[in-house]
Ligand binder design. Structure first.
Ligand SMILES: C[S@@+](CC[C@H](N)C(=O)[O-])C[C@H]1O[C@@H](n2cnc3c(N)ncnc32)[C@H](O)[C@@H]1O
Length: 241
């Protein structure tokens, strides 16, 4: 029921004003506004997965950064739940402190990444996420773009345990078929640009229990590199075809 008290409460809701040092996007993307780029990407998910909106969707966002939370809160975008995981503790501490909404939860994961968390614990297929449960949609924007193959393999294995039957994995990656299988393109800046050939990344995805539903070209106007949409391969599926 939309009472005048509820309307007043909505009007007075405090916007999430994220300190600049916690933003995780490329400066050119950040300059377009986190609420804007975050909304565009969530609309892309909704459209590509054939959803009406995120009202009935439990989302897991690994390598969450802040912009999706900022867009969801400041634009009042409906979502069933949003669970964000990141290796950057100050950002998780900030979100936990600032967001008082039972639909949102955040967890720090001390996973090693040469660019983002060089002192973290190396991921293996036995590593666990710092959260429990399964999700309708797991998304990772601009995260595989910074993962070396061993970490990409471990990540795909770990995430497979958290997707519901009929759920989806949505992630962006740098693809270049001129690359043999993997290239860390700027060696002096480890994992700033982690490029895969389509063949090698597809092979990894399939080997870790996922089926590729579709692969889409990069779309600068939607602020995204190439992106894969995958579903869980049922455990008993044979590879006879
Ligand atoms: C380029 S930022 C993108 C942030 C967010 N996904 C977005 O699109 O706004 C990459 C994020 O991934 C996080 N990250 C890198 N490696 C990770 C890992 N192994 N597990 C979880 N988060 C990771 C970084 O801390 C950083 O916040």
């Amino acid at each position: 029921m939309d009472t005048s008290f509820q309307r007043l409460e909505l009007t007075l809701k405090r916007p999430l004003l994220v300190p600049d040092e916690l933003h995780r996007n490329h400066p050119k993307v950040h300059a377009r506004g986190p609420e804007h780029t975050g909304s565009v990407l969530m609309e892309l998910v909704v459209e590509r997965l054939g959803l009406k909106d995120l009202c009935d969707v439990d989302v897991l966002d690994v390598g969450c950064g802040v912009r999706f939370t900022q867009a969801l809160i400041n634009r009042d975008i409906p979502i069933k739940s949003y669970t964000g995981v990141d290796v950057y503790r100050p950002l998780i501490d900030y979100l936990r402190r600032e967001i008082d909404d039972p639909r949102f939860s955040f967890a720090h994961w001390d996973a090693h990444n040469a660019m983002y968390n060089p002192t973290g614990t190396k991921l293996t297929s036995e590593s666990s996420l710092p959260i429990a449960g399964t999700f309708d949609v797991i998304w990772l924007f601009s995260v595989f773009t910074h993962l070396e193959p061993a970490d990409a393999a471990a990540m795909l294995t770990i995430l497979r345990r958290h997707v519901r039957p009929g759920g989806h994995l949505f992630f962006s990656a740098f693809l270049d078929d001129a690359v043999d299988s993997f290239e860390d393109r700027i060696p002096e800046h480890p994992l700033e640009n982690a490029y895969y050939s389509e063949r090698s990344l597809r092979a990894l995805i399939v080997a870790k229990g996922w089926s590729v539903a579709s692969l889409h070209p990069k779309s600068p106007e939607q602020f995204i590199q190439h992106y894969f949409i995958c579903g869980p391969t049922p455990p008993d599926a044979t590879t006879s075809s």
